[in-house]
Ligand binder design. Sequence first.
Ligand SMILES: [Zn+2]
Length: 262
Amino acid sequence: MVTYKQFHFFENWKEFKKWYDTQNITREITAVHEHHTWKPDYSYFKGDMNPQIEPWENHDTLMENLDNYHELALKWRDSGHHIATFKDGVIATARDLNWAPASIYGNNTGAVCIENMGNFDRGHDMMTEAQKESVLGVTATILNRHELEPNTDTILYHHWFDQDTGKRTNGEWGNVKTCPSHNFFGGNKVKDCEENFIPLIKQKLKEMEEKQMKDYKEILKEKTDSPDVWIKLCDDLENGYIELENIQTLQWLKVLVEKLGN
Ligand SMILES: [Zn+2]
């Protein structure tokens, strides 16, 4: 992680996840919002991450320009978005996670807002594989942390909401933007999200859960090497606080690891 002013920069979503999972987020999170910046588009992006030469310079400038636009021109209290993804897969943070974003009019409570840098309108930028990987990883990290099922109520595209009323129209009528637009994982419609985006998110969530299971099992193995912990674990099993068959599920492994930590 590299920090510049109020922004943190991460090389990939795994690094981002480590940071996000330790943040003290006190408001209730119920949804992830997906956007594209439209402008800046990929032509503004000059600085593929290269720590050997001017690291992060272009990312800094883009984040700062967006921040200045939001604060000085639109008079918002901070950048509208919490997180941004870049063409080279770099991820940046902006607005305090404990503040609701300035993201989708009338629907900001409980949201984490992601700005994906690029113009994904038809005929413009095609999202790079590196950025796709980051969008998926960041979105899944948020759903995973807040224990949200991936669906079209927890993952929301800007396009689905009327900008004047905040009403959900699924982009079928009203004053709607194209955002995150046609080239965003096969399209900006609810059906596109269900068919193209959500299956990839589910795959990412599965990978994350498997990794967590593995980590918990490692911790458990280490802890149960100590006789005291082993006795406590046996007691808990005997007293019905923990059932053996449940130890295979992630939720129970988490409970168990926390219990043994005391
Ligand atoms: Zn948008």
